[in-house]
Design a protein around this ligand. Structure first.
Ligand code: AMP
Length: 185
């Protein structure tokens, strides 16, 4: 069964960077819902237009839209290991992901929480200007609130299943990468 790894953590915790490193240096396929949504938006699709309204407010895109794009992306994968960046963000998404993973004869191997304290998250977002329309200080604060309210309950969900691995995200990217690799054994 192919390994399936979930990366979890607050906005600006470095999930995107670590997911790309697993892709570029460890042979993982990468599914990043934020990227898929931004691509859909840039391509002017209906999905992209619907998602944009939520993304620009810093709130989550409704589960049914996400579940559709994740199902399509996972269905298109080959048999190798995959890292999921930004999925799941809610408990219903996690339950759907379980079903999807089983349906494709994969196995959820680990959920890696990249832990960064709130004040560091706010500092990082204030300092980064990547041209993302949801990267203003106000939306950053909203995304952090949404993380605590809707995504953090997943920590217990994965912990209860023995899948949670914590990595200190308040370090440089190389050290975080070492932590991620160690967490994957
Ligand atoms: P990200 O690039 O992962 O920070 O995602 C950017 C934005 O896309 C988020 O603030 C959400 O509005 C939306 N998004 C990405 N992934 C999800 C998801 N799994 N569920 C709901 N919304 C998502």
């Amino acid at each position: 069964m192919s390994a399936t790894v979930v990366l979890l953590g607050p906005p600006a915790c470095g999930k995107g960077t670590q997911a790309e490193r697993l892709r570029d240096r460890a042979g993982f396929a990468l599914v990043a819902t934020g990227d898929l949504l931004r691509e859909a938006r840039a391509a002017g699709t209906e999905l992209g237009a619907r998602a944009a309204v939520f993304m620009d407010r810093g709130v989550l895109v409704p589960d049914e839209l996400i579940i559709g794009i994740v199902a399509e992306a996972v269905g298109a994968l080959g048999s190798g290991p995959v890292v999921l960046d930004g999925v799941s963000r809610t408990v219903p998404q996690a339950l759907e992901l379980d079903a999807l993973v089983r349906a494709h004869e994969r196995e959820l191997t680990a959920a890696i929480l990249i832990d960064v304290p709130d004040d560091e998250v706010v500092r990082r977002i204030a300092g980064r200007h990547q041209g993302r329309t949801d990267d203003t200080p106000e939306t950053a604060r909203e995304r952090l609130r949404v993380y605590h309210r809707e995504t953090e309950p997943l920590v217990r969900h994965f912990e209860a299943r023995g899948l949670l691995r914590r990595v200190d995200g308040a370090q440089d990217a190389d050290s975080v990468e070492d932590g991620v690799r160690a967490a994957l054994g």
